[in-house]
Write a protein that binds this ligand. Structure first.
Ligand code: GLN
Length: 552
């Protein structure tokens, strides 16, 4: 059968994942795990995230509030859940698969301005849900998917996501057999009574019912596994079969979740419910091998991640750098090592006396960042690891600051800075690109960065080339500034190697120090972490972890 004919025959089904009771209980990982299971049943699966914010994309949101900004290959700035889907499914997802309230409204308004509605009243309902449905169906077409999994952000009963719930209702009423709804709920076990309570879940399912949508599967998130008695109780009061209540206790690792769901028979329930053309046997062998490896590491490799977004009130956030942390883990697992990752706040290194703590680590990574806060500390860290030959991996800002540190301390350039830190400095070794200047001048900051996938050409006999084992690579970007070409020659004269550039040679994409001088000192202008996958660890992270483990 030709591909076209196959696609014609394929009847795409739609699965929605909504939240009940409270947020932050793992809807994204649940969606990713369900997607993984269905993929392992031989289905073509794609995933969508709906964020109920007015922000048009995730690029303008503060990471301490919203977590990491995950950039897709085609450049859209999205929510970190898109990263989870890509990592679990091992696929690249297109911009179509991420939407916010803002982006949906923007499309509807643009269409209206272009007379796209032929002069009729344009209304919140049905036009907003219809634009949402259009995108969901398009995702199915783009991926030639048997099933499209759509995670609706927030929890049921909020003002914010009601129009997206309405989209589910409209799709379900049009074709009830091709739409399923999973509610990820939370079952508290209050310390004072020590018993798992189902009532909040009952209320959440009823709230969803008020919008005309019945949950088909209830994922019972809780510190503990749910027992049969409570499964039956939920089934009776929430109109589902007891087998459709899925136990989802806290587990040691998020990568255990697909298997845990499978033990509950989830993929079979879903395939039956949506009449999906799935294979009778699930194949999770690669995944299980990865999970096993992740638990069997013998030696430890200690990595410090020095960032500025770790603290929020009394809490330490690691979500901001989730892709970086996962990328470190995958490479360590691949090498049979146990990663021990420590988050260090760059502000604490303003005082140089604090730097000696870095000696306790095998490697130091400075991830991407923005603005002036914490810069002094980061520069001190970079100087220290360069001089003390501690393996260093600088990502985006981490590369720009490595260049600045070199200009200051090795080239001894006076009055040097990056344009982001001090635009008035005489020697700007990192500067804004010409084409971005006009946009920034009028305060139009959204989407003005260099975003998405670009090609880099790697030079022979360099650390990066040896790591990738190829000459041309594609990596994802998210930055406004670049190494200033005017300083490349002087930096190179003093030993810095720009080992990867844009195809025309004008943009410095990677830098390194010669291996005779330092065991591993590498910076990249792009974000390699965005393409690291459990089943396909990133070669540069692997090279960094290996060098960290091997260096004294
Ligand atoms: N702030 C720097 C720039 O905009 C680096 C960005 C980043 O690290 N993602 O160029």
């Amino acid at each position: 059968m030709s591909r076209k004919a196959k696609q014609k025959k394929r009847q795409t089904k739609y699965l929605f994942v909504v939240g009940g009771v409270m947020s932050g209980v793992g809807k994204g990982i649940t969606s990713s795990s369900i997607a993984k299971l269905l993929q392992a049943r031989g289905l073509s699966v794609t995933a969508i995230k709906i964020d109920p914010y007015i922000n048009v994309d995730a690029g303008t949101m503060n990471p301490t509030e919203h977590g990491e900004c995950f950039v897709l290959a085609d450049g859209l700035e999205t929510d970190q859940d898109m990263g989870n889907y890509e990592r679990f499914l091992n696929v690249d997802l297109p911009a179509n698969n991420y939407m916010t309230t803002g982006s949906v409204y923007q499309a509807v308004i643009e269409k209206e301005r272009n007379l796209g509605y032929g002069g009729r009243n344009v209304q919140v309902v049905p036009d907003i849900p219809e634009e949402t449905i259009r995108r969901i169906k398009k995702a199915g077409e783009l991926a030639e998917a048997d099933v499209v999994i759509t995670e609706v952000g927030g929890t049921v009963g909020e003002y914010e996501n009601i129009l997206f719930i309405e989209a589910i209702r409209m799709m379900k009423s049009e074709d009830p057999d091709s739409v399923g709804v999973v509610m990820v709920s939370y079952l508290p076990v209050p310390g004072s009574i020590g018993e798992m309570k189902t009532k909040p879940t009952q209320h959440a399912v009823r709230t969803l019912g008020n919008s005309g949508v019945q949950a088909n599967i209830i994922v019972a998130r809780s510190p503990l596994p749910i027992d049969e008695k409570r499964k039956e109780k939920i089934a009776r009061f929430c109109n589902v079969h007891p087998e459709d209540v899925i136990s989802a206790p806290d587990l040691e690792s998020i990568y255990d979740i697909p298997m845990n769901f499978e033990k509950e028979g989830l993929s079979t329930r879903l395939c039956g419910m949506l009449k999906l053309p799935c294979k009778s046997k699930i194949d999770l062998s690669d995944w299980n091998r990865f999970v096993r490896k992740s638990k069997n590491g013998k030696d430890t490799v200690k990595i410090a991640v020095v960032g500025k977004y770790f603290n929020s009130g009394d809490f330490v956030l690691s979500d901001v750098y989730i892709s970086v942390l996962e990328a470190i883990k995958y490479s360590a697992y691949k090498l049979g090592l146990k990663p021990e990752i420590t988050y260090l706040s760059s502000q604490s290194f303003t005082d140089k006396k604090a730097l000696k703590v870095l000696k306790e680590f095998d490697g130091v990574l400075v991830p991407g960042g923005f603005g002036k806060t914490g810069i002094e500390g980061k520069l001190n860290v970079i100087e220290y690891v360069r001089k003390n030959k501690i393996p260093y991996f600088g990502i985006c800002y981490g590369m720009q600051l490595a260049v600045l540190e070199y200009a200051k301390n090795v080239l001894k350039l006076a009055d040097t800075s990056t344009e982001e830190i001090n635009p008035k400095a005489r020697n700007l070794v990192v500067a804004v690109m010409e084409e971005q200047k006009d946009k920034i001048a009028v305060g139009d900051m959204g989407g003005t960065m260099r975003l998405g996938q670009y090609e880099t050409i790697l030079k022979d006999k360099t650390i990066v080339k040896e790591a990738y084992k190829k000459k041309e690579i594609l990596e994802r970007h998210r930055h406004r500034y670049e190494v200033n070409p005017e300083y490349v020659e002087v930096l190179e004269k003093k030993g810095m190697i720009f080992s990867g550039t844009s195809p025309d040679g004008s943009l410095m994409e990677t830098m390194e120090l010669p291996r005779e001088k330092h065991p591993f000192f590498v910076g990249v202008q792009y974000h390699p972490e965005l393409q690291a996958r459990p089943l396909d660890p990133h070669p540069l992270f692997t090279a960094f972890i290996k060098a960290s483990y091997e260096s004294e």
